[in-house]
Design a protein around this ligand. Structure first.
Ligand SMILES: [Zn+2]
Length: 153
């Protein structure tokens, strides 16, 4: 099992050093055996982050957790958001059965398996939607549905 330390040279190049033990790390630092891979400096110090153990030994030192995992992110402007919502609404409208005013009743029948399981859309008052939610029936508002009606039919 190797110990991995996050190290930095005097020029703030950060890199990982792998050592058999903390004592071995201290020994190699004292003997100037640790050098920055970027500039070759021997003025190396350990960063404050706690050392972690490489238990599997499978990872190469260069690839071992250098960067934290990243998630895709975006900051769309309003036009992009509207376009996305419109696309989503079109997709939902194309893939749901329109039950109109019957929506709350039909949603209940599907939920309680009195009607075939399928995707539906329709209209519901705020109160009706809240009542469905209370029964554990998840209903989502359909954005821009009115605006799309004319273009779809
Ligand atoms: Zn360096």
């Amino acid at each position: 099992m190797m110990k991995v330390f996050n190290l930095s040279c005097e020029l703030e190049h950060t890199f990982e050093g792998w050592f058999a033990s903390h004592e071995e790390f201290d020994r190699q630092i004292a003997a100037d055996l640790v050098a920055c891979p970027v500039c070759g400096s021997h003025d190396v110090r350990k960063l404050l982050s706690a050392p972690h153990l490489n238990i599997s030994g499978a990872q190469e030192p260069a690839a071992a957790g250098k960067e934290p995992a990243k998630e895709p992110v975006a900051m769309p402007n309003e036009a992009a958001m509207r376009a996305m919502l419109a696309q989503m609404a079109r997709h939902i409208i194309a893939n749901t059965e329109d039950v109109g005013e019957q929506f709350p009743e039909e949603a209940r029948r599907i939920h309680y398996e009195e009607a075939p399981r399928r995707s539906i859309r329709g209209v519901a008052s705020k109160e009706e939607a809240a009542a469905l939610e209370d029964e554990g029936i998840e209903v989502m508002p359909l954005p821009l549905a009115d605006a799309l009606k004319n273009t779809l039919q």
